[in-house]
Design a protein around this ligand. Structure first.
Ligand code: PEP
Ligand code: MG
Length: 582
C-alpha cells in the first residue's frame, strides 16, 4: 500500500503502465583510436533505430491520438535527422576519443543551453525536444526500446513521475483508468484535468515509479489518496463494491436533473457549471446545469501548447459548445493565462512573481495581437447561441474600457470583411482581485454581469498562495473580510441592475452555499457533479433564515467565529451537509 495525496476522487482498478522516468546513466569512457570508427558506427545504428521508433510512434499517434500528439514526434524526428547535431556528436567522438553516450550527452546539453538562451519562446522550447531526443538515443545505445505512447491501451493505470496537463488530457481521452504520480498537488492543472475527466489521481507518491512494475495490477483509490499494489481478492471485492456504490450515487444524483433549483420558500437559485474542456458540456447537461457559468478557455490554449489555437479552431469550439448547451447560456472567460497557467508561450520574459504579474486581462491587453483572434472567434460564434464574455483578473475600471476598445477593433474588422458576427455581446468581469470588489459599484456601471471568483479573491485578499500547503490554514473562505467583499459586490450589482454569480470553489461546498444565498447570491457556478448535490441542499433551506444569518455573520470578528456560527445555524436548520453529497 502506498500513501499519497487524494487529488482526483474515484476508484480505478487496472494494470500499471509506467511512462517517462527511464533515465539512462551516462559515463565518460575512453575509446582507443582504432575503435573510433566502430564507435561512430554504433552511434549511427542507434540513430537509425531511434528514427524508426519515432516514425512508427508518429504514425500510430496520428492514427490513434490525432495530429496534435503526432506533431511532438515530428519535432523529435527533425532534431534527430539534423545533420549539424549528429555531425557535432561524431566530431566529439573523434576529437576527444570518447564513447558515443558521452558525446550525445555533452552535445545535447550544449545545444539545450544554446536554445534556452533564446528570447523567442518556441525556440527555447526546442531545448526540450533536444533533451527528449538525446534520452531516446541514449536508450537505444543502451539497447532499451523506449515506450510507444500509442501502444497504451484503455483501462490502464498510468504511473509516472509527473504529467503535464496536455499529457493528462491526451491520456484521459485515450481512456486510461487512473493516474499514480510521484508529484502533483491538489490545485495543479493536471489535477483539475483529472477531476474534469473523472480519472482518479493519487499524487505525492514518493518512489512509485520504482515500486510499480509494468503490468502489475493496482488499485488507485483517489478518495483516500492511496495506491494498493497486488490487491488480494478480498481487497478487489471491496473496491469493486465502492465502485458500484459510486455508480449508484451518480444515478441518484442525475435523477434530480429535472427538479427545479429553488429554496424551500420558493426562491429560484440558478445552478450553472464550470468547465475546462468542451466535452464536459454534455456532462453538465446530464447533471441538470442551467448553462455554463464559466468556460475556462485557457485550457484550449494549454491543450494546444506550444502552438496557439487558431481563430478557426476557437470559433469551431465555441460554436459547438453553444450548440451543445442551447438554449442555455455559455459564459466564455477569455484566456486567463499567466500566473501559474502556462504564460511561457505568450510571454517573452520570466517574472519574479507571476501570480501578481502579467496575468489574465493584463496579458490580454499587453498581447493584443494574440487575443484579437480570440475576440474575432467569440464575436463570430456568438451568432450561434447565447454567448457571454467574461474577463479574468480585472483590477480597475480602465481595463474594461481598454478591453472594449479591443473588442471594437475586432468588430470593425469583421464588419469590413462582411463576416457573420454579433455586435452586442454581454460582457462581464470576474471579481477576484480585492480592488475590483471594492469598486464593484463603479464596475457595475461598465459591464453586464459579475462572476465572483473566490479562489483568487481569497488568495489576493488574504495574501495566501492558493497552492501553498504551508499557509493553507490561513485560506478561510468564511473570513469576515471575504464575506464583506462578497456582500459589497452583490449589492453593487443589484443597485446597477446587473447579474451576479459566484464561480469559485467555495460555491460548491454544501456548508458554504446556504450562507452565500443569505448574502444575496441567486446564481452559483460549480463543477458539474456538484449541481445535483447543491440542488438537493438548496431545496431544504429557507432564504430569509440565511439572510438573517448572513447579516449576523457580517458583524462577527474572526473566521473562527463565523465558522462556528454557520455550523450552529446548519444544525438548527437540520441540514446535514456531509449527507448532502452522499
Ligand atoms: C477563481 O479564481 O475563483 C476562479 C473561478 O478562477 P480560477 O480558479 O480559474 O482562477
Ligand atoms: Mg481566478
Amino acid at each position: 500500500m502506498l500513501e499519497g495525496l487524494p487529488v482526483a476522487p474515484g476508484i480505478a482498478i487496472g494494470h500499471a503502465v509506467s511512462i517517462g522516468g527511464q533515465r539512462v546513466e551516462v559515463y565518460r569512457l575512453p575509446v582507443p583510436p582504432e575503435r573510433v570508427d566502430d564507435e561512430i558506427e554504433r552511434l549511427r545504428q542507434a540513430v537509425r533505430a531511434a528514427a524508426e521508433d519515432l516514425q512508427t510512434t508518429r504514425q500510430k499517434a496520428h492514427q490513434q491520438l490525432g495530429k496534435e500528439l503526432a506533431s511532438i514526434f515530428e519535432a523529435h524526428l527533425l532534431v534527430l535527422e539534423d545533420s549539424g547535431f549528429l555531425g557535432e556528436i561524431e566530431e566529439r567522438i573523434r576529437g576527444q576519443k570518447v564513447n558515443a553516450e558521452w558525446a550525445v550527452h555533452e552535445i545535447s546539453e550544449e545545444l539545450q543551453r544554446r536554445f534556452e538562451r533564446f528570447e523567442v519562446e518556441h525556440l527555447r522550447e526546442r531545448s526540450e525536444d533536444v533533451r527528449d531526443v538525446a534520452q531516446h538515443l541514449l536508450s537505444r545505445l543502451a539497447g532499451i526500446q523506449s515506450r510507444d505512447l500509442a501502444e497504451i491501451s484503455e483501462g490502464v493505470v498510468i504511473v509516472a513521475e509527473d504529467l503535464v496537463p496536455s499529457e493528462a488530457i491526451r491520456l484521459g481521452r485515450h481512456g486510461v483508468a487512473g493516474f499514480a504520480l510521484e508529484r502533483g498537488g491538489q490545485t495543479s492543472h493536471t489535477a483539475i484535468i483529472a477531476r474534469s475527466l473523472h480519472i482518479p489521481l493519487v499524487g505525492g507518491l514518493a518512489g512509485v515509479t520504482s515500486e510499480i512494475t509494468d503490468a502489475d495490477l493496482v488499485v488507485v483509490d483517489g478518495n483516500a489518496g492511496r495506491v494498493v499494489l497486488h490487491p488480494t481478492q478480498s481487497a478487489l471485492k471491496r473496491y469493486r463494491r465502492i465502485e458500484a456504490r459510486e455508480l449508484r450515487r451518480e444515478t441518484r444524483l442525475r435523477r434530480t436533473r429535472r427538479l427545479v433549483s429553488k429554496t424551500r420558500d420558493g426562491q429560484p437559485v440558478e445552478l450553472l457549471a464550470n468547465i475546462e474542456l468542451p466535452e464536459e458540456a454534455e456532462e453538465a447537461r446530464s447533471y441538470g446545469a442551467a448553462g455554463i457559468g464559466l468556460y475556462r478557455s485557457e485550457f484550449l490554449f494549454i491543450e494546444k501548447s506550444p502552438e496557439l489555437p487558431s481563430e478557426e479552431e476557437q470559433y469551431e469550439t465555441y460554436r459547438r459548445l453553444l450548440k451543445e448547451v442551447a438554449p442555455h447560456p455559455v459564459v466564455v472567460r477569455t484566456f486567463d493565462l499567466g500566473g501559474r497557467k502556462l504564460a511561457r508561450e505568450v510571454l517573452d520574459t520570466r517574472e519574479e512573481n507571476p501570480v501578481m504579474g502579467l496575468r489574465g486581462i493584463r496579458l490580454t491587453l499587453a498581447r493584443s495581437e494574440i487575443f484579437h483572434y480570440q475576440l474575432r472567434a467569440l464575436c463570430r460564434a456568438a451568432a450561434h447561441g447565447d454567448l457571454r464574455i467574461l474577463l479574468p483578473m480585472v483590477s480597475a475600471v480602465e481595463e474594461v474600457r481598454q478591453f472594449r476598445e479591443m473588442l471594437d477593433r475586432a468588430l470593425r474588422e469583421l464588419g469590413r470583411e462582411r463576416r457573420r458576427h454579433v455586435k452586442e455581446i454581454p460582457l462581464g468581469v470576474m471579481i477576484e482581485v480585492p480592488s475590483a470588489a471594492m469598486v464593484a459599484d463603479s464596475l457595475a456601471r461598465e459591464v453586464d454581469f459579475f462572476s465572483i471568483g473566490t479562489n483568487d479573491l481569497i488568495q489576493y485578499a488574504m495574501a495566501v498562495d492558493r497552492g501553498n500547503e504551508h499557509v493553507a490554514y490561513l485560506y478561510r473562505p468564511l473570513h469576515p473580510g471575504i464575506l464583506r467583499m462578497i456582500r459589497f459586490t452583490v449589492d453593487g450589482a443589484r443597485e446597477a441592475g446587473i447579474g451576479v454569480s459566484l464561480c469559485g470553489e467555495m460555491g460548491a461546498q454544501p456548508r458554504y452555499a446556504p450562507l452565500l444565498v443569505g448574502l444575496g447570491l441567486r446564481s452559483l457556478s460549480v463543477v458539474p457533479r456538484s449541481v445535483p448535490v447543491l440542488k438537493r441542499l438548496l431545496r431544504q433551506i429557507d432564504a430569509p433564515f440565511w439572510e438573517r444569518a448572513a447579516s449576523e455573520c457580517l458583524e462577527l470578528h474572526t473566521a473562527e467565529e463565523v465558522e462556528s456560527f454557520v455550523e450552529e445555524r446548519l444544525t438548527d436548520a437540520g441540514i446535514d451537509t456531509e449527507g448532502a453529497a452522499a
